[in-house]
Write a protein that binds this ligand. Structure first.
Ligand SMILES: NC(=O)c1ccc[n+]([C@@H]2O[C@H](COP(=O)([O-])OP(=O)(O)OC[C@H]3O[C@@H](n4cnc5c(N)ncnc54)[C@H](OP(=O)(O)O)[C@@H]3O)[C@@H](O)[C@H]2O)c1
Length: 235
């Protein structure tokens, strides 16, 4: 059988790019997307050094038609889709009385509605392949914190959405699961990955977790996974 095809939203940097690199090294075929054309191009060049089985294109998960076109591109190139990783996300951290409507909407539309758009656009192909649908939520989907209203609301939402979708989709042989990471070194919220991030999880740790899940027997479904750095920040 040909190698499985994996689509990663927000796969051009940070966690998504790290997952893409690890899965390509494991022999999978990988498609990545995000909004910025220059990041898509850079990711395509970097990933193509690992394997020719790479597809990269722009898509905005806030726009359903954009995700539909993304899935069509994957289908055209690879003829199948086995794993969807709804990873694209962003956060604005402010006290609730200072959070603007625009900031609230951007988090809900990207982190929550975007995850639904990606599933809705891909679910027919996942039914065919009896595939996996993975959301990258967060420990912020179970722990609330100051300045986190919009982000917490979106990530608590993703956890609830994925768990309910898991019950709907397992009837079709699709396994849906959510991964809830703690701190990961990435470009999230303007972070610049550097030595100060060595205590955090690294993007490839998430890639290795997913590679391990892909090796599991199809009767196994780890439906909700919390993962965090084993030691806290020493600052
Ligand atoms: N870093 C952490 O500590 C941490 C912890 C737990 C969970 N997470 C979650 O992990 C996921 C990945 O974040 P990250 O840490 O890797 O951050 P990142 O380095 O900032 O990467 C985010 C990715 O998402 C893309 N993206 C943002 N908005 C998008 C949209 N509307 N449509 C398509 N792509 C979009 C970005 O590209 P463009 O800007 O070019 O679109 C980028 O490729 C997010 O869901 C985040 O909430 C992160």
């Amino acid at each position: 059988m040909e190698n499985k095809v994996i689509y990663i939203t927000g796969g051009t940097k940070g966690i998504g790019l790290g997952i893409a690199e690890t899965l390509l090294k494991n022999g999978y075929r990988v498609a990545v997307s995000s909004r910025k054309a220059e990041d898509v191009q850079r990711a395509e060049v970097e990933l193509s050094r690992l394997s020719p089985d790479v597809l990269a294109f722009t898509s905005d998960v806030r726009n359903f038609n954009s995700e539909k076109e993304a899935i069509d591109k994957i289908s055209e190139r690879f003829g199948r889709l086995d794993v969807v990783i709804a990873n694209a996300g962003m956060g604005v951290f402010k006290p609730v009385d200072e959070l603007s409507l625009e900031e609230w909407n951007s988090m809900i539309e990207t982190n929550l509605t975007g995850v639904f758009h990606t599933l809705k656009a891909s679910v027919d192909l996942l039914k065919k392949s009896q595939g996996l649908y993975i959301t990258i939520s967060s420990l912020a989907g179970t722990n609330f914190f100051e300045n986190g209203t919009g982000y917490n609301a979106s990530k608590f939402g993703v956890v609830g959405f994925t768990q309910a979708a898991m019950l709907d989709l397992r009837k079709f042989g699709i396994r849906a699961l959510t991964i809830m990471p703690g701190s990961v070194s990435s470009h999230f919220n303007g972070n610049d990955p550097s030595e100060k991030d060595l205590w955090k999880l690294q993007p490839e740790d998430l890639g290795e977790l997913i590679a391990d899940i892909l090796k599991m027997n199809v009767r196994v479904l780890p439906s909700k996974i919390e993962i965090r750095p084993s030691r806290p920040d020493q600052k």
